[in-house]
Design a protein around this ligand. Structure first.
Ligand code: PEP
Length: 263
């Protein structure tokens, strides 16, 4: 994972997206896949604003076992159909080694969430896959721990890795859900050749701070953003409080591109 062994930036290409180097990528969509119509509508909205990757979870890592856990394979099918209909690529979370085959049948990029950053069996299993892996920083993980987690994937042979800073736990989480560690972005880019993206939705945790936190991450050099959106945030199955409306996302996307051009 170190630049010492790979001085140039790793650039990852999927059918509709180029991630890394000087490129700026937008991954957006609902937190969770809710229905076929909904993911298609949300995909169309984020594509209109420039997103090339459609995000959405079908296997959800919920704090409570009684909360909505995702639609499972039915959700993967809806997600894939929406992405194909729109000409977008699909990114979705995987939590368990037992799901590598089924998720891999549908997704273009595997997403490893903050809670599984050190699920070493999962990282090794994804290291044996041929599709890119977006690895989110553990909410209490150091930068070295994140890089070691990436190394678990790379050491198995898969060097298509995207790092995502999504906010860490600090001493004050009264006003925001997590703290976007903007300084981690240039530090990671100095230490590693992998693309570094940011997820302001999970960092801020409240929609009205997502744009400013996202733009700060882009100003710090993030090579793309992952953003949650919903047309009716109050009715979202999961994390409605942090979802931008499609119009708010379009505004963020415009500003983010402008800032990316400057930096
Ligand atoms: C998500 O992106 O749906 C998610 C659960 O993110 P995180 O792992 O960063 O909490």
């Amino acid at each position: 994972s170190s630049r010492l062994f790979h001085p140039s930036d790793t650039v990852i290409t999927t059918a509709h997206a180029t991630i890394g180097g000087d490129n700026f990528v937008l991954m957006a969509g609902p937190d969770s896949i809710e229905s076929a119509d909904h993911v298609l509508a949300m995909g169309a909205a984020v594509q209109e604003a420039g997103a090339t990757l459609l995000r959405g979870g079908s296997y959800k890592p919920r704090t409570s076992p009684y909360s909505f856990q995702g639609l499972g394979e039915a959700g993967l099918q809806m997600h894939r159909q929406a992405a194909d209909a729109l000409g977008m690529d699909m990114i979705t979370e995987i939590m368990d080694t037992r799901d590598v085959e089924i998720v891999g049948q549908y997704t273009d990029i595997f997403q490893v969430g903050t809670r599984n950053m050190q699920n070493f069996s999962l990282l090794k299993a994804l290291g044996q896959q041929s599709k890119p892996v977006a690895l989110k920083r553990g909410m209490s993980a150091s930068i070295d721990e994140l890089l070691s987690a990436a190394e678990y994937i790379a050491s198995e042979g898969n060097d298509q890795i995207i790092l995502i800073e999504r906010g860490i736990r600090t001493f004050d989480n009264k006003y925001t859900r997590n703290t976007m560690d903007v300084s981690a972005i240039p530090v990671l880019q100095e230490l590693t050749h992998y693309p570094v993206l940011a997820d302001p939705s999970h960092a801020a945790g409240v929609a009205h701070h997502v744009t400013s936190v996202g733009l700060a991450a882009v100003a710090a050099g993030a090579q793309g953003l992952m953003v949650e959106i919903h047309d009716h945030p109050e009715a979202a199955f999961v994390d409605g409080a942090q979802a931008l409306t499609p119009a708010q996302f379009a505004e963020l996307a415009d500003k983010a591109r402008t800032i990316h051009e400057i930096v």
